[in-house]
Write a protein that binds this ligand. Structure first.
Ligand SMILES: Cc1cc2nc3c(=O)[nH]c(=O)nc-3n(C[C@H](O)[C@H](O)[C@H](O)COP(=O)(O)OP(=O)(O)OC[C@H]3O[C@@H](n4cnc5c(N)ncnc54)[C@H](O)[C@@H]3O)c2cc1C
Length: 466
């Protein structure tokens, strides 16, 4: 029988009902404002070897594992530890799933379809598996996930320092100190908005903000807007601003185009079918690097620079700076757009090969017309009211006082296991699979780390001491 694919994605893993609320597994729980979840832990008088601060004078919570961060990574970790009866607490400086609530714009929608939002023992069970949740809906989805197993999350707790002590780790936080045998850093791969140095050269009258702080066009002062960066966020925001009647300039850097749908199915459906999302880092010819994300928008329409230009956006090459009262751009626009389009062509070819190989019953689709774009005239600085920096994010691990970073400042690890015994990281891009930093991929890494942590917990208990 020839394989066929139906609505959403052909994966047998799709459309499974949400599991019933799981019974609590061994880990203690506490909601907001509750006493620290002790789960077999005990409060000790603090024994400081570090300079005394107010937090050092507070009591110390001792537990098996501290997970830092309550986004999807921290919650998936908590679910896997709970399943194994491993005592732990999740410390979160803001609220559960805060980044989906406070760092996405009003019209934001997931790039990945709803059916592909699978976490350990939790999956989308709503009415629109082929749709794309808003930021608020993802936040609710994760909040419900935490509630489903009474995740021991303590919100409003900022972890300020993490350092080694005999047998484990101490965390100095805004709510006192924690002592744990094991720590999982789940503070996000996209934690710190990155703004290039050229921002400092712009006149003070130009309103500047990062995509993490962008909400909607009305938030910006009247006038033309320069969006810097043509990844998914930059292109989506440029389109929204143009449709709101704003004159929009887009500084186009390296990016990848991808058709939203091809041969009757969503791009993520094909990526899953082709095994692209499960590809592991050890099968790559070299380090994965920070290659750009493919440009997609939630929905059924394609998004790329030629389409933006057809909507009135003025495209430019990479932003170089400003001189003589004008913005300066590189002359690389045509090449960058052609490279981005080549990614879409490769993708279509890979799908075509797969369809031919498997005799899959899907409609044919003609290759789209190649549209070239010309760079617009560089605008005068006086004509720009606002700049939106769609220039990505970096990690924020400055609070970790352990020799686990490489020369580039990034944490060195193998599948999330660092060289420092008992210190793990979760949710990084290409942590193990291509999907490791996605809603759908972090769960597998959390399961793996939970196994590591269970093994460590089964070893002869170490004496935790300052
Ligand atoms: C614009 C955008 C669109 C995206 N779209 C998709 C998509 O469609 N599909 C998909 O699968 N993925 C998407 N992602 C990627 C990924 O799913 C998100 O980045 C997601 O938020 C990562 O979850 P996380 O738990 O790893 O990190 P985060 O959600 O960033 O959670 C980390 C948490 O740690 C907390 N924290 C940080 N430091 C500390 C500290 N020192 N002490 C205490 N708490 C701390 C933070 O407050 C935060 O709540 C998108 C990302 C962005 C930026």
């Amino acid at each position: 029988m020839r394989p066929a694919i139906g609505v959403g994605c052909p994966s047998p893993r799709t459309h499974l009902p949400t599991l019933p609320r799981a019974t609590q597994g061994g880990s203690a729980s506490a909601g907001d404002g509750q006493p620290p979840p002790m789960a077999g832990g005990r409060a000790l008088p603090s024994v400081g070897r570090t300079p005394i601060s107010l937090e050092d004078t507070m009591t110390e919570t001792v537990t098996g594992t501290v997970v830092v961060g309550a986004g999807q990574a921290g919650l998936a970790m908590s679910r896997c530890l709970t399943d194994r009866g491993l005592p732990h607490v999740v410390l979160e400086r803001a609220g559960i799933a805060d980044s989906w609530r406070s760092r996405r714009w009003d019209s934001f929608r997931l790039l990945s379809p709803n059916w592909q939002t699978r976490l350990p023992r939790w999956r989308y069970a709503g009415v629109d598996p082929g749709g794309f949740m808003t930021g608020a809906e993802v936040a609710r989805y994760l909040q419900d996930y935490a509630g489903s197993f009474d995740a021991p999350v303590r919100t409003g707790v900022d972890v300020r320092r993490l350092y080694r002590v005999a047998g484990g780790w101490r965390l100095s936080t805004s709510a006192g100190r924690f002592l744990a045998r094991t720590v999982v850093v789940a503070t996000g791969d996209l934690a710190r908005p990155r703004i290039p140095a050229v921002a400092a050269d712009l006149p003070p009258g130009i309103h500047q903000l990062h995509t993490a702080d962008y909400r909607n066009p009305d938030q910006l002062p009247p006038g033309a807007v320069l969006v810097v960066g043509a990844g998914p966020s930059g292109q989506q925001i440029a389109l929204e601003l143009a449709r709101a009647g704003r004159p929009v300039h887009l500084a186009v850097g390296r990016h990848k185009s991808l058709p939203r749908r091809y041969r009757g199915h969503d791009a993520y459906c094909w990526m899953e079918r082709l095994g692209m999302l499960d590809r592991t880092v050890d099968t790559l010819p070299g380090p994965p690097g920070r290659t750009p994300n493919a440009v997609l928008a939630g929905g059924t329409r394609d998004l790329d620079v030629p389409r933006l230009v057809s909507e009135g956006v003025v495209a430019h090459g990479r932003l170089l700076g400003c001189a003589d009262g004008r913005l300066r751009f590189g002359d690389d626009l045509a090449g960058t757009v052609a490279d981005a389009a080549a990614n879409a062509t490769r993708f279509r070819r890979a799908v075509d090969d797969f369809v031919a190989r498997t005799s899959m019953d899907v409609p044919a689709e003609a290759a789209p017309e190649v549209v070239e774009v010309e760079a617009g005239e560089a605008p005068a600085l006086a004509g720009i009211a606002a700049v939106v920096w769609a220039t990505g994010f970096g990690r924020d691990h400055g609070w970790i006082e352990a020799p686990v970073s490489g020369v580039d400042g990034e944490i060195v690890h193998t599948r999330g296991v660092t060289a420092a015994a008992g210190l793990y990281v979760l949710g990084l891009r290409w942590q193990y699979r291509r999907s490791s930093s996605f809603l759908d991929g972090v769960g597998a890494d959390a399961e793996h780390l939970a196994e590591m942590i269970a093994e460590r917990a089964a070893e002869r208990p170490a004496v935790l001491a300052a």
